[in-house]
Design a protein around this ligand. Sequence first.
Ligand SMILES: Cc1cc2nc3c(=O)[nH]c(=O)nc-3n(C[C@H](O)[C@H](O)[C@H](O)COP(=O)(O)OP(=O)(O)OC[C@H]3O[C@@H](n4cnc5c(N)ncnc54)[C@H](O)[C@@H]3O)c2cc1C
Ligand code: FES
Length: 348
Amino acid sequence: MNAVVSRLVAALCHPFTIDDYVALASPLWSSGEVRARMVEVKRETHDVATLVLRPNARWRGHRAGQHVALTVEVRGVRRTRFFSIASGEVAEDGTIELTVKARPGGEITPSLISGALRGAIVTLSQASGSFVLPDVMPERTLLLSGGSGITPVMSMLRTLPQAGARDEVTFVTWARSEADVIYREELTRLAREAGPKARVLVRLGPFDAAALAEIVPDFETWDTWACGPAPFLEAVGAAFEARDPAAGERLRTERFSLDRGADTSGENEVTFTRSDRRARGGGSLLGLAERSGLTPETGCRMGICRTCTCRKISGTTRDLRTGALSTDSDVDVQLCVSEPVGPVALDL
Ligand SMILES: Cc1cc2nc3c(=O)[nH]c(=O)nc-3n(C[C@H](O)[C@H](O)[C@H](O)COP(=O)(O)OP(=O)(O)OC[C@H]3O[C@@H](n4cnc5c(N)ncnc54)[C@H](O)[C@@H]3O)c2cc1C
Ligand code: FES
């Protein structure tokens, strides 16, 4: 059916769209969006599970390292959250896997890992993101991760044999404790089966530059992909920088959030005028709003989806990604990627 007819039928069917009627008979069918059935929820650790999703024919596949926006309905409310695809680029059974860590007090992730949504139909975006392997693989590839940041680099590790990696590959993941090691059995098997030029290693505790240097003495000369929490990525970045200020060009990173948690540094005072609240400190405006008891709408927390856009009434903010200052009054800012520079008033 062409788009015009589809829109006309949709209008005549108001308030239901043609999609809604067809979905009653075939829930995976959609004229526009990618829908997927959650066919399995596999427990990985006490607070992490892997969701196995079977997308419909609209799914265009992914490159290892990319992420998707997942929209699910939890307790009657549709919410969108972002997750890296953990499975390799090629899956013979047509499924993709997302590995999710439950955030304490999170709206979505505790339900996702509980298994309560097994069998549910969810909506996906197409895969996106530039944290990917190059078309021509480098001679030496270093994959580093901390905690749940293992997901995009695990997708790379799973894809490397198909990507034609013939040369050296070293994969090191840091987990808080033995009980927090994600994909433990698979990593043990891959470590055992790795050829002479490949290494798959697990380390416990925080990232340690000395431990990395023991594994890869000249790590700053390797093409590196790293993903993990902000303190992990800062420590990795500092280790590369200390060896060679130019090594940053070979280090690609992926972040799940720009907020560093409770940050009471700084004298910035943010006034939330509509709710008559105030917060003092540093970090993102989103973090400051949440710490003062507000619950603004969010999605990616990384400046991708614009869900958190809010009117700035006055004051100066800095973009956490680029460092650019916004000094104008009465403009929109994205709460998750903006920090206050001095007093700021928001229409929130
Ligand atoms: C590109 C990208 C890829 C991602 N890939 C993965 C992945 O593969 N696996 C995975 O488990 N997570 C991943 N995330 C993080 C994931 O999106 C969040 O954990 C999720 O949105 C939390 O949803 P929630 O509704 O449970 O929590 P919310 O209700 O939104 O938040 C609950 C609490 O958790 C905190 N929180 C929420 N998100 C984050 C975060 N990203 N970092 C630190 N604190 C946070 C908030 O401060 C809040 O207090 C990714 C994020 C991005 C942007
Ligand atoms: S939550 Fe997505 S842009 Fe801020």
